[in-house]
Ligand binder design. Structure first.
Ligand code: GLU
Length: 447
């Protein structure tokens, strides 16, 4: 339910951003949490801080021309939505996927603003990307695309202005090519302009692992509120990208069992528990498809092409693929199968009806903007290392990450208590993130 004072704000967002369904969904969820805040502090509503927060500071859309291996000219569309810079330079990843459009980037930039505020680090929110599909493209094609993308984007970036990183379809290789082009165009070795870099370019140890590790730390702490741990628990992790792989790694370290994982073609169930080294080999080394897993693994492994990974019984579900991948139907199935906790590794992977079903059933539910904040938090640690020209050990970086995740968990839980909704991490994350950004915006004046 949305407060009657906030309904006009949502209406305006929907009119102004017509057809951008994911953006509407993300804004609606936050506004549903803010009724309790404006009841306590009408100041935020009276000074249009919510409206201001829903309108990106700047939106850049550009043409990305490049030449494929056959000598054909290809045209894609590039985006960067610089959502909010009240707390620091715009910060957020770049996504290369055919589904990318301005509405997707806007929803991601909006979520990022709250997520980044929750980390407690000095970073604003932004997001970028392109409808470029890297699947099946050669290394040289990816390089030429990244160079063209950065040829436009570079003028909008800077370590004090806007600091992109990776997201779906953008990993270490793409960041390297973009950093190379940025460096060439600006004639500056400005390491702090991008995060997720290779170690020899000033990248941070544990950045690759950070989102998945962080989400697992969050769920571990959430389970602890009910006296539970991962030990012996069947866990299903959707996806098999960077977030999913390092979620699985940390869950295994905590004594959990990985029952299944997936890619966009299907999912794998392994009666003996997923062999993570094999998944890494297929995805990270060969850049292949998960369907290869069964051939290589043999007995006990099953590949299911049609159907939902959420039909696989588990105690913990960690959706780590993409937005709206877990529906109301999936939530019902998970609840029937006795799920105890859900931690979102991806951004907004559960549909609103799925979230409601989990909460009504008393399932512990960690929203992405809190649970997956470990990636961007470690990006902020990378910026810190770049600013001081330092390079921390893996242990030091992971220790900081674990502390940050514990703090985010506790801030969400305490805020939920304070606003009369104990255990509601959605409300806690939305309010805690909102208050921090709103206060920072307000102190800057009406700008
Ligand atoms: N794309 C990641 C996210 O959704 C990381 C962003 C970053 O490190 O800047 O939070």
């Amino acid at each position: 339910m949305i407060d009657e004072k906030l309904q006009p704000i949502l209406n305006e967002v929907m009119n102004r951003n017509a057809g951008e369904q994911e953006f509407h969904q993300a804004v609606k969820e936050v506004l549903e949490s803010l009724g309790r805040v404006i009841a306590k502090r009408p100041y935020y509503a009276d000074n249009a801080l919510i409206e201001r927060l829903c309108e990106p500071e700047r939106q850049i859309i550009f043409r990305v021309p490049w030449i494929d291996d056959n000598g054909q000219v290809q045209i894609n569309r590039g985006f960067r939505v610089q959502f909010n810079s009240a707390l620091g330079p715009y910060k957020g990843g770049i996504r290369f996927h055919p589904s990318v459009n301005v509405g997707i980037i806007k929803f991601l930039g909006f979520e990022q603003t709250f997520k980044n505020a929750l980390t407690g680090m000095p970073i604003g929110g932004g997001k970028g990307g392109s409808d470029f599909n890297p699947r099946g493209r050669s290394d040289r094609e990816v390089m030429r695309f990244c160079q063209s993308f950065m040829s436009e984007l570079h003028r909008h970036l800077g370590e004090y202005t806007d600091v992109p990183a990776g997201d779906i379809g953008v990993g270490g290789r793409e960041i390297g090519y973009m950093f190379g082009q940025y460096k060439r165009l600006t004639n500056k070795y400005e390491a702090g302009v991008l995060t997720g870099k290779a170690l020899f370019h000033g990248g941070s140890r544990a950045r690759r692992e950070a989102t998945g590790y962080g989400a697992t730390y969050f769920v571990e702490r959430m389970l602890a509120t009910r006296g539970e741990t991962f030990e012996g628990k069947r866990t299903v992790v959707s996806g098999s990208g960077n977030v999913a792989i390092y979620t699985m790694e940390k869950v295994l370290e905590f004594g959990g069992i990985i029952a299944a994982c997936s890619d966009s073609n299907g999912y794998v169930v392994d009666d003996n528990g997923i062999d993570l080294d094999l998944v890494k080999e297929i995805k990270e080394v060969r850049r292949g498809r998960l369907s290869e897993y069964v051939k290589l693994r043999g007995a006990g492994a099953h590949y299911i092409e049609d159907g939902s990974i959420w039909d696989v019984p588990c105690a913990v579900a960690m959706p780590s693929a993409t937005q709206n991948e877990l529906t109301g139907r999936d939530a019902k199935r998970l609840i029937t199968n006795g799920v105890m906790a859900v931690g979102e590794g991806a951004n907004m992977p559960s549909t609103p009806d799925a979230v409601k079903l989990f909460q009504d059933a008393g399932v512990l539910f960690a929203p992405g903007k809190a649970a997956n904040a470990g990636g961007v938090a470690t990006s902020a640690l990378e910026m810190q290392q770049n600013a001081s020209r330092d390079s921390w050990t893996f242990e030091k970086t992971e220790t900081r990450l674990a502390e940050i995740m514990r703090d985010i968990h506790d801030r969400c839980a305490e805020t939920a208590d304070e606003y009369g909704a104990p255990g509601d991490y959605v409300l806690g994350a939305n309010i805690a993130g909102f208050v921090r950004v709103a206060e920072a915006m307000d102190a800057l004046g009406v700008i």
